[in-house]
Design a protein around this ligand. Sequence first.
Ligand code: NAP
Length: 278
Amino acid sequence: MTTAEKIAVITGTTHGIGRVTALELAHAGVDLVMLCRNVVAAEVLRAQILGELRHARISVVHCDLGSLASVRTAACAVRRDFPGIDLLINNAGTVNLRHRMSVDGYELTFATNHLGPFLLTQLLQAGMREGGRIINVASHAHFRGRLDLENLRDPGCRYRPIAAYDRSKLANVLHTFALARRLHGSGVTANCLHPGVVATHLLPWWVRAIKPWFTPVTLDAERGARSTLYLALSPEAASAQGLYFDEYKVPQAASALANDVDLQETLWRASFRYTMVG
Ligand SMILES: NC(=O)c1ccc[n+]([C@@H]2O[C@H](COP(=O)([O-])OP(=O)(O)OC[C@H]3O[C@@H](n4cnc5c(N)ncnc54)[C@H](OP(=O)(O)O)[C@@H]3O)[C@@H](O)[C@H]2O)c1
């Protein structure tokens, strides 16, 4: 794709992979709409980019992905101000060390990492231009993910942070595959990726401090953004549809559960019910 007057909507640009992705997209000449929970931090990044690229066009829209009302308000603002979108990058993600519920009554990691992006995608999809690309930043962690369909809202009493994260990332891949099926022939694509194990703010400082002992290969955020940028900008990726890419920009098989069409559709229906009708 050429970057002339391309518009990218991207979530979570205040840190890590999203921050680098935003910087690189701006340098590639893409107009940015940054959807962020921390608007002050997003404005700092905006000022930094404008310092480097005087003519860059960058907007900041408040969006807390853990709140469906906030996602609706943000999507409404984007639809009003940017009727044509070329890239939707669902990048933001979180790990909650304690069991918390969202304001809408869903386990917060699932709400933030899956339900918020699901709703955002539903609301912005109609504004995607021909050739548009939807990119979900998932994770290899989805291989460990399990979905208890009886207790999707909240798996319950024995909360384990990593299990909650894994299931939210499985939901990202299931969402991508179900979405790609619906987008087939529409001129818009949906793909997902694993960025690698990246040194970012995703985990608390003390986990980051001990992590190298368990995971020796840790990428910097620049390398962690490679596959997202490849899917966003490269001409070869234009026809990719419903694929899961690794951190080296190579399509890989996702987990057996992620490829389970019944599970994809069950999650889709539940997510639709939870997000569209409250
Ligand atoms: N780092 C890794 O090793 C790794 C591996 C596999 C996949 N990933 C995925 O990569 C993506 C980016 O993560 P990262 O590693 O770059 O983490 P990060 O440095 O912690 O950045 C996460 C971004 O998401 C935003 N965010 C968190 N909760 C939000 C919410 N409720 N509403 C809106 N924005 C929110 C954060 O904004 P605030 O400033 O408001 O906190 C931040 O900008 C995530 O989807 C993550 O699951 C990361």
